[in-house]
Design a protein around this ligand. Sequence first.
Ligand SMILES: CC(C)(COP(=O)(O)OP(=O)(O)OC[C@H]1O[C@@H](n2cnc3c(N)ncnc32)[C@H](O)[C@@H]1OP(=O)(O)O)[C@@H](O)C(=O)NCCC(=O)NCCS
Length: 251
Amino acid sequence: MKNIHKADLPLLRQLDNEVHVWFSIPDAVTDSGQLAYYKSILSSEEQQRYQRFHFDKDRHLFLVSHALVRKMLSSYVDVDPADWQFSAGRHGRPEIAGPAGIPALRFNLTHTAGLTGCLVTLDADCGIDAELISRRGDLLAIAGKMFADSELVMLKKLDGRALLEQFFIFWTLREAYCKAVGVGLGFSKKDYAFETESDDGVKIRFDAPASDAEDHWQFTILKPGADHVVAVAVRAEVQSGKDVVHRFIVP
Ligand SMILES: CC(C)(COP(=O)(O)OP(=O)(O)OC[C@H]1O[C@@H](n2cnc3c(N)ncnc32)[C@H](O)[C@@H]1OP(=O)(O)O)[C@@H](O)C(=O)NCCC(=O)NCCS
């Protein structure tokens, strides 16, 4: 592995001040040559997962998503997309495990109907969640079980589209945070609450005794289209907020 100098890698240098979100629309990727290339860069484990999907649309979403991760990571450093190695951290959170000697890139992947997104940071815990805004049962009943009491109170003041959107804002924020800290479904959902109406952005509040530092987290809500809500969580030192830059790309 050759030595990699940040000065030679402009996109990597941007991560000193930014975090990047790369979005792709899976249905827009139809070129057979491109899809064959995506398959060729998957690891054997990813190939096996790819083969196991029952529905074509799920298989396609998996393929575009994992190609997106590999291609975008390779846009930061001189590593072939096929050469990335990943390992599962606590609760299955994927982390970069190789090649050796590369800068401390971190990433998180999300995929949902119609959208896939890959978040990339330099050396910062990070999580992303995208959801299709669609009605799924009794939102207030779900929120009563899954969300903090203050979030439920706010949702009860809303109806129609406003309720639907705010529900998914809370949902994606909570998922993005859980994904950033790498915890699974066992994590208590009532120990923290989001405030989304403050003038200085989204805030997380922890119940005492605090298990985490409120001002060490930066949350961003993105609406990359009319049908989706996306939340990004990045662990950041106090007052060192980074710009969240998002772009659409065909990987
Ligand atoms: C595993 C989990 C993180 C996946 O989230 P999801 O919304 O179903 O799916 P997403 O598309 O956003 O993310 C999936 C990707 O996240 C990554 N991932 C898997 N486990 C992860 C973990 N523990 N932490 C962070 N990322 C994880 C993988 O790259 C995965 O993609 P892959 O399955 O194609 O390899 C989620 O089911 C979970 O356990 N959440 C815990 C938080 C919670 O309780 N949420 C309830 C909302 S209030």
